[in-house]
Write a protein that binds this ligand. Structure first.
Ligand SMILES: [Zn+2]
Length: 476
């Protein structure tokens, strides 16, 4: 008798000592099956674990906040007795996508002032509109709209730097999303802070209020070198070190930023920040487009994470980040959408596809940035860039249950020879069927359970009328 069968038999005998004769095999099996909250079964399971296992078919068992089993449907059925089951037939189960850079409430500026370069777009549209309109209520509605879009397109963790970040944290945690969130610190008056000192104080209050939360990781967000002076950049970094939280910054995004570094007698934005003593573990730099080989070595040495935002970079014509060089150097690279205002959506599947296509186009080599690597950037590598790879980014027992199921049975997805290729080159955010974060089902069969979609969209429309009025002079 195999050891497992014997154990089951022995346990059954202990549980039913009065029963004459051996227990039936069904009884024995029931006795050893662990009761769990949820099993997703009969799907193709793309784990992105250390061995990059793909189970076809496979199943995932979830209990409390964690994944407790990833195996074949038969093995999961033998080991677990779920209270709830999701049949994943015709679907892929994969880790939830991790968006490593963005500004969630900016969904309310979606499509505002398209086709401009970054600095003109910011100065003519975004900064004036933000100064007039951004209030806690704006941020709350914007985050709810963004959360709705993210849950529906498979993002389970998002990184955010904006204003009134406590509203982002509240709306995100109510919606059930995981977030790495920080109040943006800028040298000029911004919503929520008249001075950078006020911004820093606000950021510290935010950290103290949210540190230790199961879903929200508070962070510090000095906006960029072109919106802050050296002493404030240093103070922001000190704040994040003092509280042991990540530092989020726009880094080497545009050529103009390089000029500002040169005016401050540094060869590049990376060299400037290195000179300030700013770079180190926990820093996540968004964009990293304008970097030299020496800069990449510094980023690796300082263990800085980089967020690649190909759609935003292409739309603002900011340049192409040298992703293959970063990967060769061993820098942790995640993927991001940036704010919807410069993208113009939060679909991480689209970000994956564009990242792969851009790298191939740029290098004139189709083997550059494979689908496998891009998928890792949207999951485990993104988790690593944020310092969260021990908790999220792959489907493995003891990690948090942050996962999604994706339909692969429609006309567009048929046939499927290679699930990884499909996830990067075929699947859209709208193909996501179920979204689970921290063990909680946020979307079931495309119905978002944690937000009132109709109410959120109506509220967002009412804000759009105010945005339109606020930017009218700039638009004429
Ligand atoms: Zn950004």
């Amino acid at each position: 008798m195999p050891a497992r069968r014997f154990l089951a038999f022995a346990l059954a005998a202990i549980l039913w000592p009065g029963v004459a004769g051996p227990a039936t095999s069904a009884q024995a099996q029931a006795a050893v099956r662990k009761r769990v909250a949820l099993v997703i079964t009969n799907a193709t399971v793309v784990t992105v674990d250390g061995a990059r296992r793909i189970l076809a078919p496979g199943a995932v068992a979830i209990d409390g906040t964690d994944i407790v089993g990833v195996d074949t449907p038969a093995a999961i059925a033998a080991a677990f007795q779920p209270r709830q089951t999701i049949d994943g037939t015709g679907q892929i189960v994969m880790p939830g996508l991790i968006n490593t850079h963005g500004h969630a409430p900016m969904v309310l500026f979606r499509g505002l002032g398209s086709d401009l370069n970054l600095m003109d777009w910011l100065q003519q549209y975004i900064f004036p509109a933000e100064a007039k309109l951004v209030t806690p209520a704006f941020v709350r509605t914007g985050t709810q709209l963004a959360a709705l879009e993210m849950i529906r397109s498979g993002t389970t963790t998002f990184t955010d730097m904006y204003y009134f970040e406590e509203e982002v944290a509240r709306a995100a945690s109510e919606a059930g999303l995981r977030g790495v969130l920080a109040e943006t610190i800028v040298k000029f008056p911004v919503p929520g802070a008249k001075t950078p000192e006020e911004g820093l104080a606000r950021n510290e209050r935010f950290i103290k209020a949210w540190k230790g939360n199961a879903l929200i990781t508070p962070a510090v967000a000095p906006h960029a070198i072109y919106t802050l002076d050296g002493p404030t950049l240093r103070a922001a970094r000190e704040l994040s070190k003092r509280h042991d939280v990540p530092t989020l910054i726009h880094l080497a995004e545009s050529r103009d930023e390089t000029k500002i570094a040169e005016e401050r007698r540094a060869s590049s934005p990376v060299a400037y920040l290195e000179g300030l003593g700013f770079l180190g573990p926990g820093v996540v730099g968004a964009h990293g487009v304008w970097v030299s080989d020496a800069d990449i070595q510094v980023l690796k040495m300082r263990n800085v994470g980089i967020s690649h935002n190909p759609e935003s970079n292409m739309k603002t014509a900011s340049g192409v980040a040298p992703i293959p060089k970063y990967l060769r150097a061993g820098v942790s690279i995640g993927l991001g959408t940036d704010g919807a205002a410069s993208n113009n959506d939060l679909d991480m599947f689209e970000a994956m596809r564009v990242a792969a296509l851009l790298a191939k186009h740029e290098s004139a080599d189709p083997s550059t940035l494979t689908a496998r690597t891009v998928l890792e950037m949207a999951t485990i590598r993104g988790a690593r860039a944020l310092g969260m790879e021990g908790r999220i980014g792959s489907l493995e027992p003891r990690k948090r249950a942050d996962l999604i199921t994706v339909s692969v049975s429609g006309a567009r997805q048929t046939p499927m020879y290679d699930p990884i290729s499909h996830l990067v080159y075929v699947i859209h955010g709208d193909d996501v069927r179920n979204t689970v974060v921290n063990g909680k089902v946020l979307m079931r069969d495309r119905n978002v359970l944690t937000l009132d979609a109709t109410a959120v969209i109506a509220e967002a429309r009412s804000w759009a009328a105010k945005v339109r009025a606020a930017v009218k002079p700039a638009a004429n």
